[in-house]
Design a protein around this ligand. Sequence first.
Ligand SMILES: C[S@@+](CC[C@H](N)C(=O)[O-])C[C@H]1O[C@@H](n2cnc3c(N)ncnc32)[C@H](O)[C@@H]1O
Length: 226
Amino acid sequence: MLLDDRLEAVAAFVEAGAAVADIGTDHGYLAMELKRRDSSRRVIAADKNGGPCGAARKTLRENGMEQAVEVRQGDGLAALAAGEVDTVCIAGMGGKLITDILAAQPEIFAGLKCVVLQPQNAFGVLRGWLYEHGWHIEDEALAKVDGRVYQIIRSVPGKAAMPPGQELLIGPVLLKKRPELFREHVENNLEALAKVMAGMRKGSSPDRKRLQELEKDMEKLEAMLG
Ligand SMILES: C[S@@+](CC[C@H](N)C(=O)[O-])C[C@H]1O[C@@H](n2cnc3c(N)ncnc32)[C@H](O)[C@@H]1O
């Protein structure tokens, strides 16, 4: 099965040989493809809800992979036992939900060597949380599907200095690497910020101090365009 560019970018950040769990697997495409690419690795496909677990089992069954990938129903990392996997992928969920999932099972999280994350929003919150908890960002990628640009983050344990706020939003590694979609990614964020500011200005008593802060944020984002 061909993954779309978003899930392909997630798969590309999983190291060869890593034992991996796909948390929030839904259709199970990523889990199945990870096992196909390295049949010797352990792959667990987990989801909180019964419907998605059924969908993942169906995908695996239809591709003759039912015995190769274990599907488990469970809430976040609680679906795993300590030491079962060294890498966890969480894709297609809000950034805050991803931090809640990582924080909810500290003993499982502490045993991981790598997390590959594809948040849908709250990018700064998620990146900041990783740095606050002794992890840092090792690599990042952008992928575009149906006109939307997605951020993919590979994070590993090890303390590093917290990047400044706008870098947490845009991605410290993306800022260095400037991949093909980088300009579009920054422009999307500028557009979102402009909308927030326009909404605030329309209000009866706009918070001038906050607006000034946001104007500075915009200047920093514009500077990233180079
Ligand atoms: C939008 S789908 C993303 C599916 C797939 N990961 C992808 O990126 O295409 C989100 C999935 O996460 C599952 N989910 C939500 N909260 C979860 C949690 N706390 N633990 C495990 N799965 C969860 C949902 O049931 C749903 O199947």
